[in-house]
Design a protein around this ligand. Structure first.
Ligand code: FAD
Length: 404
């Protein structure tokens, strides 16, 4: 087994494949993608809605078709499937687990593209028993599209993000009509017109309604929900928790890399570079959950940055200024700016915790780097374009982002 590479990419979703493709195109051939699943492609492999490909191929296509196309463009980058990275160590060393046991391999550069996942039941603190039939949309899609199974007959969907409506669609493709869609807020999280999907498919949408309990011994039998101070019972055989995406940070949290304490997201600059210059991070792990095409585009940009880094063999200058944000903002990507690259403007991807409209300002002290009006809704990508990095003084200690 080969143990040393110029670049190792962890994760074969759109961002990992794009980065590997860009590296190859820049003449970096000694690379490998590590993938814990048995097939490459990441999440889009089990997304059968034609919402992929618009940016990359200028036409809509299913996730599985998108994966085939981007793999075809990757010029046969080797993917080691059934291989899970279990530890990240200094100097680009990785502990991997595969059918060959546990092995340490090393990359001059390592790109972490481990994606995001929906929040399952446990962290949502829902009371009740632990029967079978509690899923996420991702698990539902795997049952329906990869295994051709019908995992339930009358489920309740929790949440109203875009992915929640894709759960209604996935169920429909399995011949199942959801019993209800439950949203604790007064409006759906996705764009309002999407509520037409639930209407057209005859799925009652309950706003201002909170899931309080899951009931059933072996299998889910009902849920209790609270609305206007009243508790109601809805009989169902499954609960599908949708959205509330978080990055797949398990590796980061137990590594030597700097990360944001409350989330686990690695501290990265605009090139995706982590606190250990051998490591980069990219894709949905940094900004859950952007669309597949957006992650594919980003992967290409980060791949180019890594190729430049490897080709120049540049001593990394890491004067990193943290980006702090106010209480409305959930996260920013990147989370810091490297002043060695301060001449280049950068794009700042932000996400909010709740609906808020106003002026978004990025500044250092009194110097404004970006200002613009935005209507911000949770779960949506808000991209602040061309933040003026050239205005950041070399002795700056903090960049702030606020919405007023
Ligand atoms: C349920 C769901 C539905 C979605 N629907 C749509 C849609 O309809 N349209 C759209 O545009 N976008 C959709 N998205 C978002 C889209 O899937 C993402 O934008 C895209 O997959 C992100 O790509 P990525 O490469 O960053 O991560 P991913 O696609 O998540 O890939 C990460 C890869 O890393 C692997 N991995 C993780 N940890 C390890 C490890 N320790 N060792 C080895 N491998 C590891 C994973 O197995 C996975 O293959 C959906 C997402 C979800 C979760």
């Amino acid at each position: 087994m080969k143990l040393n590479y110029d670049a190792i990419i962890i994760g074969s979703g759109p961002s990992g494949i794009a980065a590997a493709t860009a590296l190859k195109q820049q003449g970096i051939n000694d690379i490998v993608i590590l993938e814990r699943e048995s097939q490459p492609g990441g999440v889009p492999r089990h997304c059968q809605h034609p919402t992929f490909g618009l940016l990359a191929f200028k036409q809509p296509m299913k996730g599985s078709t998108f994966v085939q196309k981007i793999l075809a463009l990757s010029a046969d980058v080797p993917v080691m499937t059934n291989t899970t990275v279990v530890e990240i160590r200094p100097e680009g060393k990785l502990l991997i687990s595969s059918d060959k046991g546990i092995t340490e391999i090393q990359g001059k550069r390592v790109l972490i593209a481990t994606g995001a996942r929906e929040t399952p039941r446990h962290p949502r603190l829902v009371s009740g028993l632990r029967p079978q039939g509690v899923l996420t949309t991702g698990a539902l899609q795997q049952f329906v599209y990869l295994n051709r199974q019908k995992p339930c007959r009358n489920p309740v969907i929790i949440g109203s993000e875009i992915v929640s409506f894709s759960a209604i669609w996935t169920l429909r493709n399995a011949g199942v009509k959801a019993k209800a869609m439950i949203e604790s807020q007064a409006r759906i999280t996705a764009n309002r017109p999407l509520s037409l999907v639930s209407k057209l498919m005859g799925v009652p949408l309950h706003l201002n309604t909170k899931l309080v309990e899951i009931g059933g011994l072996e299998r889910v039998e009902y849920v209790l929900v609270e609305r206007n101070g009243q508790t109601e019972r809805i009989d169902c055989d499954a609960v599908i928790f949708t959205g509330e995406f978080t990055g797949e940070y398990s590796l980061i949290r137990k590594s030597h890399l700097d990360f944001i304490a409350h989330s686990g997201c690695p501290v990265v600059d605009a090139d995706g570079r982590c606190s250990d210059a051998a490591y980069y991070a990219l894709g949905n792990m940094l900004h859950p959950a952007d669309m597949g095409d957006q992650c594919y585009q980003e992967g290409k940009v980060i791949g180019l940055a890594v190729a430049r880094d490897l080709n120049d063999n540049a001593e990394s200058v890491l004067n990193r200024i943290p980006i702090q944000h106010d209480k409305h903002i959930l996260f920013t990507a990147p989370t810091c700016v490297n002043t060695s690259a301060a001449a280049d403007p950068f794009n700042l991807n932000i996400r909010v915790k709740h609906a808020v409209s106003g002026q978004v300002t990025v500044k250092v002290g009194n110097t404004v780097l970006y200002q613009g009006n935005h209507r911000c809704l949770p779960g949506r990508r808000i991209m602040l374009k061309n933040v003026k990095a050239e205005l950041i003084p070399l002795n700056a200690t903090e960049i702030s982002v606020s919405i007023v």
